[in-house]
Design a protein around this ligand. Structure first.
Ligand code: ATP
Ligand code: MG
Length: 447
């Protein structure tokens, strides 16, 4: 066996045993440096054995759990029954909070929809779940839905806080350096919400202050917030140290339709059609939300598909105001910004290098996002090659011919000089004019 094959098998084994992971973690656990692991991961992606879940940093998972099983010598991991039980448990845990469509289960579990559908149909045969023919929503059958309820209540959020006593944690939607986002169910009103838990450090409240101020159909709706302390233990020089950490909990509407990342990935990984009218409507809603943010004298600074969500009826909801800042000081002077805050692939050139950028920094990523919605990027490798060109207003062959008007707009949005980029307000007006958008189209369902 070649070294490359051996390394790829090691990576597949690692993912199988530990679940999804980043290249950094894989590299730490199995030895080779991160670039080597990354190279093998991209090779495995081309071979359709792994896929990426997030972009920054990419989280990798097995394309079809069990593909690599045939090659691994560990018998306890190879039985299909073990594999099914594990995946079945994840699906059941999600459905305990209520019915969900297959693509949402897939997006929450970071799996391809096809895999989840297969799983659901096999669970249906065993009488564990059922599908509503009208709505395509999957629910757990009674016996299974009661099964682990007591266990779930043990996972309550911030058990010290009065307010958090009111929720059941249903599932962790995301976890990062900042904290976590949970999908929760209110014990009394029975409604589902999203709760973001962030370290309560200086300026952590700017996110919540911005959200509380904004009230727009295309901005995630804020409900309330509270702080809570937790006792954390860490090991320092061999001995356990205990300290109290305070978190801020931000309760928001739950966006059931998932993120734009999932929407794009869904179309990149499958042959699912991209409906131009839907794309235009989504983009128009994004621009409307951004126009509103800018009209409130704020800059979002982290616009990217991960931070663009959909409600259950498919409406765009811009989220993650973790980097929001005011456009000027109270006296109207420009504010000196911290450099390089944001997400590098989507960051405007001036946000990367300068300290005195304005709201036009939000327009640059919108150009990239519109392109990504229109154009299929099949592999990570293709994306790696295409991205620097795109950021420099160079488009793949054929794009300008197929999307002549869009190409013109996107090019303008990707201008290196912020002054050459359109304002969100002008962009919105131009879209209405060029594409003859009317309120009927805009009130239709998107996804
Ligand atoms: P940071 O503030 O450090 O940038 P982050 O990017 O990790 O944090 P968010 O973008 O707010 O935090 O949330 C992370 C993920 O959690 C989102 O990409 C989305 O998948 C999910 N999420 C966040 N808010 C909601 C919501 N209101 N409804 C549904 N899912 C959500
Ligand atoms: Mg985010």
């Amino acid at each position: 066996m070649s070294d490359a094959n051996e390394m790829e098998l090691k990576i597949l084994d690692f993912l199988k045993l530990n679940g999804k992971s980043t290249a950094l973690r894989i590299s730490k656990e199995i030895g080779p440096d991160k670039p080597t692991v990354n190279r093998h991961l991209y090779n495995l992606e081309i071979k359709h054995q792994v896929f990426k879940i997030n972009e920054m940093p990419p989280v990798w998972d097995l394309m079809e759990k069990g593909n690599e099983v045939k090659q691994t010598p560990k018998p306890e991991q190879t039985s299909p029954t073990t594999r099914d039980t594990h995946e079945e448990k994840d699906v059941k845990d999600l459905l305990r909070s209520g019915g969900l469509k297959a693509h949402l289960i897939a997006s929450e579990l970071g799996q391809p929809t096809k895999t989840i559908k297969k799983q659901l149909y096999s669970m249906e045969k065993e009488g564990k779940v059922q599908k509503c023919a009208k709505t395509s929503i999957w629910t757990l059958n009674e016996e299974d839905s009661n099964g682990s309820y007591t266990q779930e209540r043990d996972y309550r959020l911030g058990s010290n806080s009065g307010l958090s006593q009111s929720f059941d944690e249903i599932t962790k939607l995301a976890e990062g350096g900042f904290g976590c986002v949970y999908k929760v169910k209110h014990i009394y009103d029975g409604k589902i919400y999203a709760v973001k838990k962030v370290d309560l450090i200086e300026k952590a409240d700017s996110e919540v202050k911005a959200l509380a101020r904004l009230d727009h159909p295309h901005i995630v709706r804020y409900i309330t917030c509270w702080s809570d302390s937790e006792n954390c233990t860490s090991t320092r020089e061999g001995s356990k140290v205990s300290n109290i950490k305070t978190y801020l909990f931000i309760q928001m509407e739950f966006c059931e339709g998932g993120t734009l990342t999932t929407w794009i990935k869904d179309r990149n990984l499958t042959n699912k059609q991209r409906n131009e009218e839907d794309i235009l409507k989504i983009f128009y809603e994004i621009i409307s939300g951004v126009e509103y943010i800018h009209s409130n004298k704020l800059i979002h600074r982290d616009l990217k598909p991960d931070n663009i969500l959909f409600s259950s009826d498919g409406r765009v909801k811009i989220g993650d105001f973790g980097l929001v800042v005011a456009q000027t000081t109270d006296s109207g002077d420009p504010i000196e910004r911290s450099k390089r805050r944001g997400t590098p692939p989507y960051m405007s050139p001036e946000q990367e290098n300068k300290k005195d950028y304005d709201e036009k920094t939000d327009i640059f990523p919108l150009g990239l996002i519109w392109f990504e919605m229109l154009w299929k990027i099949s592999t990570g490798m293709e994306r790696v090659k295409l991205w620097p060109d795109l950021r420099n207003q160079r488009f793949p062959d054929g794009f300008c011919d197929v999307y002549t008007i869009e190409n013109k707009f996107i090019k303008e949005m990707l201008s290196f000089t912020p002054e050459d980029r359109p304002h969100a307000k002008d962009m919105k007006e131009k879209l209405e004019m060029f594409f003859s958008l009317d309120q009927n189209l805009l009130s239709q369902k998107t996804i």
